[in-house]
Write a protein that binds this ligand. Structure first.
Ligand SMILES: Nc1ncnc2c1ncn2[C@@H]1O[C@H](COP(=O)(O)OP(=O)(O)OP(=O)(O)O)[C@@H](O)[C@H]1O
Length: 235
């Protein structure tokens, strides 16, 4: 099977009088449809690794392969296009644009990609909002929504261009228990039902327990990478 994401000896060093190594020689492969969580203590390099995998940052050495392509050869513009076409992002803070309606926030990545006409964009945005159970909020602005609703809109936006991989940085970090559970189930469903690859940084034990695979970092290094055995319950 071809890995949808492959990290090859990734190193990220912040230059300076005292250089700081954020990611220290990480290699891993992530398959299509996997629901992976990245865990580790605060400051262990989880977000730095996610940003490298998401082509939001460039490694000091090593390379990231996305969908079988070596991304180290890409220009800034090509990286931006690959992000728009193949990756979706969900952050702890939703980063929805306050001046835009919910529908326009979800439409934005499709308008930037420029592959669909306006009617198709609006119809797809409404469809995604429906799937995330926030269609009734489409005309509202982000500040009129609850935290859980905002995060569901952010997930709809991440799915706008039908990405191969959804990368999430502490997606439940700002949510109450019930909203966290909803977001967790939605992300798991994306992987298991829709075949999306989901890679999420989390401190949340319930979230980690729901993942198919857990990657643990310590001091920027890969410390553990395991797939817990599935738990079967008799009915
Ligand atoms: N731009 C920066 N300048 C200086 N130090 C940085 C910068 N970005 C990250 N760091 C440091 O690099 C280390 C790794 O950061 P990173 O955010 O990747 O860790 P993390 O595991 O995601 O942490 P957390 O769980 O607290 O979000 C931390 O010690 C952080 O303080």
């Amino acid at each position: 099977m071809t890995a949808v994401l492959r990290a090859e000896h990734l190193v990220r060093v912040l230059p300076g009088e005292v250089p700081v190594t954020l990611v220290n020689d990480i290699s891993l492969e992530i398959e299509r449809g996997e629901f992976v969580c990245i865990m580790g203590p605060s400051g262990s390099g989880k977000s730095s690794l996610l940003y490298l995998l998401g082509l939001l940052d460039v490694p000091t050495s090593g390379r990231v392969w996305l969908d079988g392509e070596d991304t180290s050869v890409y220009s800034e513009n090509e990286l931006a296009n690959r992000r728009l076409e193949k990756l979706g992002f969900v952050f702890q803070f939703h980063f929805l644009l306050a001046e835009f309606s919910v529908l326009d926030n979800v439409a934005l990545p499709m308008r930037r990609l420029g592959k669909l006409g306006e009617a198709a964009i609006r119809s797809r945005a409404m469809d995604l909002l429906g799937q995330l159970r926030v269609a009734e909020q489409s005309a509202k602005h982000p500040h009129q929504l609850s935290g859980g609703q905002r995060q569901r809109v952010a997930i709809a936006r991440a799915l706008a261009n039908d990405p191969l991989v959804v990368l999430a940085d502490e997606p439940t970090g700002n949510l109450d228990t019930a909203s966290s559970a909803t977001v967790r189930e939605i992300l798991r469903d994306l992987a298991h039902r829709l075949g999306k690859t989901v890679v999420a940084v989390t401190h949340d034990p319930a979230f980690a327990a729901a993942a198919d695979r857990r990657i643990a970092l310590v001091d920027g290094k890969l410390n553990a990478d395991w797939r817990p055995a599935p738990v079967f319950t008799s009915s």
